[in-house]
Design a protein around this ligand. Structure first.
Ligand code: BG6
Length: 509
């Protein structure tokens, strides 16, 4: 049953603990596109324990063999690098399947028996983690049933952990309720609320850039920084997710999770250590310092939009209301821009402008740190209006790197100032590593490191900041949707938001 032996771990770090991974909702897209390819990459990098197995579970009554074949095909289809047949052969006997209704206690009794049998067959330690990739409506129920079936309790050296896919709640109240429900069964240290942005190398690099260098921190404050822009622009529409997106919208889908993670990493104070709770304490603290929007703020500092038809990458695309499973008169927003202020000594009066949208002009996730002008004008007779300010842009995707813009003398006998850019490109320096973005997160869970996962208080603080927006928007539905053309940078209102402050968005090219 054990299949070919996988060579022992190389020098690239400690492999995860020996354990069983149970994936709920295993027939969905995420398992095939991300989880299996990520596990394969970990195995290839010798970062999976050789005593490891996967149990997929879903309601579809398919045979284990058929599931196994589907997963191997998924690895082949979505592999981020050339396939290693030896690793694939190692995986094959380690993939199992059990179908059932997650609301039925009988299912958990069968799951428990299967876990025990698989642990015995593969000599796996008494350690399980459950990856909840089902609809979030089942999260509370699954955890309750795991608890009742004895599948969540830890003894001596055993451990049980649960990863929750997003969305974690759909508003403040539901997030609080879900936290309360799962805490009846699990301790916080067993809970891993995933935000896949934290799996991105460049996002993790924000911490390293800020706190492993001495040159940035002295200028990282209101004295030198004029404002910060965080953009997550996508060119895709809602694809096959119309039904989900109709109930979510851009605000819920991207802001309390991904954008607030970026905001907190950029704005947080240095943590006392890189231990999970030290980092998460600082992230929570900075989110608590963000001013909670008043109803007036929602009207004057937030802009929402929905795309109409347009052109993306030279191709005509339909409007949001024409997408599958979307109401023809839908009022769901596909774009949001907001201005947030942070009430602390470092950031008082420095606006943070956030925006995200579907079907925008370019795919780009970027953070712009806009520095203040030099305090005095030395070059009186030069065209000073042409002297740009210093700007640092952290490119998170698809380009990965950092660029710094500063003034320089244009060569020649007259004093002319120009603006130059210094670029650091991740791939140039480090090459590219095959990565789905889930490797680090899965490995961390197998090692018990929750630094890159959201703690209950972080999630609730995030929701508490956007709840007033949800409330005002519910009371005042949008009047002029669609209000931006697919393939553009969003509605006019988003530009006006910055123009009112004498600023403008820095758009990726
Ligand atoms: C997901 C959202 O969490 O993040 C999607 O639900 C969005 O709507 C995606 O497209 C963006 O992720 P990435 O990694 O492509 O920036």
């Amino acid at each position: 049953m054990n299949g070919p032996a996988i060579p022992p771990a190389g020098g690239g770090g400690r492999p995860g603990d020996s354990c069983v991974m149970v994936i709920f909702g295993a027939t969905g897209d995420l398992t095939q596109r991300k989880l299996l390819p990520a596990l394969y990459n970990l195995a290839r990098a010798r970062l999976l324990s050789s005593r490891f197995a996967i149990i997929g579970t879903a309601v579809e009554p398919i045979a284990a063999d058929a599931f196994r074949e589907k997963m191997l095909q998924a690895i082949r289809a979505y592999a981020t690098d050339e396939l290693d047949q030896e690793v694939l052969a190692w995986f094959e006997p380690r993939i199992h399947y059990i179908s059932g209704d997650v609301r039925e206690p009988e299912f958990y009794a069968r799951l428990r028996a299967l876990c025990e049998q698989i642990r015995a067959d593969h000599a796996i330690e008494d350690k399980h983690f459950y990856y909840l990739a089902t609809s979030p409506v089942f999260f509370g129920e699954i955890v309750r049933q795991l608890g009742q079936a004895g599948l969540a309790s830890e003894e001596k050296d055993s451990w049980r952990r649960v990863i929750f896919e997003k969305p974690f709640g759909h508003d403040l109240e539901s997030a609080r309720q879900l936290n309360a429900d799962i805490k009846e069964v699990l301790r916080e240290r067993q809970i891993y609320r995933i935000d896949h942005y934290l799996g991105k190398e460049t996002v993790q690099n924000i911490l390293v850039m800020r706190f492993a260098n001495s040159i940035f921190e002295p200028v990282w404050n209101r004295r030198y920084i004029d404002h910060v822009q965080i953009t997550a622009a996508e060119t895709v529409g809602v694809e096959r997710r119309g039904a989900y997106y109709e109930t979510a919208g851009a605000l819920r889908d991207m802001v309390p999770n991904h954008l607030f993670q970026l905001l907190s990493l950029i704005a947080m104070e240095p943590p006392v250590s890189f231990e999970a709770d030290a980092v998460r304490d600082e992230q929570t603290k900075i989110l608590r310092a963000v001013q909670i929007p008043t109803p007036e703020d929602v009207l004057s500092k937030m802009a929402r939009g929905q795309y109409g038809e347009g052109t993306v990458a030279g191709e005509p695309v339909p409007g949001y209301r024409q997408e599958a499973n979307v109401a023809p008169d839908s009022r769901t927003e596909t774009f949001i821009a907001m201005k947030l202020m942070i009430d602390n000594w470092r950031w008082a009066d420095v606006p943070f402008y956030l925006r995200t949208g579907k079907r925008m002009a370019t795919r780009a996730t970027e953070i712009v740190i806009q520095f203040r002008r030099a305090p005095l004008v030395l070059f009186r007779n030069t065209a000073i209006e042409h002297l740009r300010t210093n700007r640092m842009v952290i490119h998170l995707q698809p380009k990965e790197g950092i660029s710094l813009q500063f003034g320089a003398k244009v060569p020649g006998p007259v004093m002319k100032l120009g603006s130059v850019k210094m670029d650091f490109d991740y791939v140039d320096y480090f090459g590219s590593t095959p990565d789905t973005g889930y490797e680090r997160l899965l490995l961390d869970c197998m090692m018990g490191d929750a630094t890159l996962f959201q703690r209950a208080d972080m999630v609730e603080t995030g929701w508490s900041l956007i709840q007033p927006v949800l409330d005002v928007w519910k009371a005042l539905p949008p009047r002029a949707f669609p209000n931006y053309e697919a393939g553009t940078w969003g509605p006019r209102e988003a530009d006006e938001l910055l123009e009112r402050d004498g600023r403008h968005w820095i758009n990726a090219t």
